[in-house]
Design a protein around this ligand. Sequence first.
Ligand SMILES: C[S@@+](CC[C@H](N)C(=O)[O-])C[C@H]1O[C@@H](n2cnc3c(N)ncnc32)[C@H](O)[C@@H]1O
Length: 265
Amino acid sequence: MSNNSFDRVAEEYDATRPIPRGASEEITDTILRVTGATQATEFLEVGVGTGRIGAPIVERGHRFTGVDISRKMMNEMLRKLPGERPNLTLVEADATALPFADASFDVALTVHLLHLVARWHDALAEIRRVLREGGVFLYGYEEHSADEALREVYTQWDTILAGRGVQTGPSGGNLQDVLAELKHQGARLETVIAAKWRAEITVGELMDLYERRVYSRFWRLPDDVFSDAVADLKEWSARRYPSEGFALSGESVFVLTVARHWASV
Ligand SMILES: C[S@@+](CC[C@H](N)C(=O)[O-])C[C@H]1O[C@@H](n2cnc3c(N)ncnc32)[C@H](O)[C@@H]1O
C-alpha cells in the first residue's frame, strides 16, 4: 500500500472530517455556481476519497469521475450512493498519471490532496492536460480555527514532537506553493468561502483520534516516536482539562480557490 493511500482509514475517514449537512449543501451549491455547471458538464475529482465533496454532486445528477489510489476509500463513496449511478465513474489511479485523454473534463477538483503528493507539480500538469480549454480547476480545502482550549492541544502536540526532534509539515505541495504555481502558469485565481460551521469534539474523542492515528500527517512518524508522543499528550491533557467529556471547539471554513484561464493554453 502506498504511504499516502487512505486504505487504512477508509471506514473512519468521514468521522475525522465531518461536514454538517447544511454546509455540505452550501459547498455543492457553490461548486455548481462558480463552474456554471449544466447536466453536460464533466467533473473530475482527483483524490476523491469517500466522496465527501463528490457524492452530493453525483446525487444532483452531474457527470462525475473520481480518481483515487485507495479502492477502499472509493468503496465508501459507493456505499453512500446505492443503486445505479450511470453518471458516476470511479477509477483507481495516481494523480501523477491520469488515465484520461487530453481535454476530457470541464471541471477538475482536488480537496486535501496536493499536500500529500510529493510530485504535485506532475499532478497539476496532469490535471491541466485533461481539462478542456476554458475548463476550471477548483482547489478546495477546509481551514480550522481552533478556539483557545483546542489550540492548546495542537501547540502541545507540536511541542512534544519538537522535543523529540521531529519536524512536521506537508509531504507535497502546501497551499501557498500550489497557488503561486497556478499564478505562475497564468491562472486567474478567485477565492470563495463556500461554507462555515462550528465544530465540537470532546477531549476523550480527540485523544482517541490521535491514538488511532487517523490523520495522515501522523503516518510518516516512526511508530515508537508516535506512541510515546501520544502517551505524553494524553498525560498532559489529563492534567490540563477537567474531564474527558470537556468540549473543545472551533470554526471550520470551506474555501474554494477557483483557477480560470489556465487549462489547455
Ligand atoms: C485527505 S483525503 C481527501 C479525500 C477527499 N478529497 C475529501 O476531501 O474528503 C486524500 C485522498 O487522496 C488519495 N490520494 C493520496 N495520494 C494520491 C495520489 N497520488 N493519487 C490519487 N489519490 C491520492 C488518498 O487515498 C485519499 O483518498
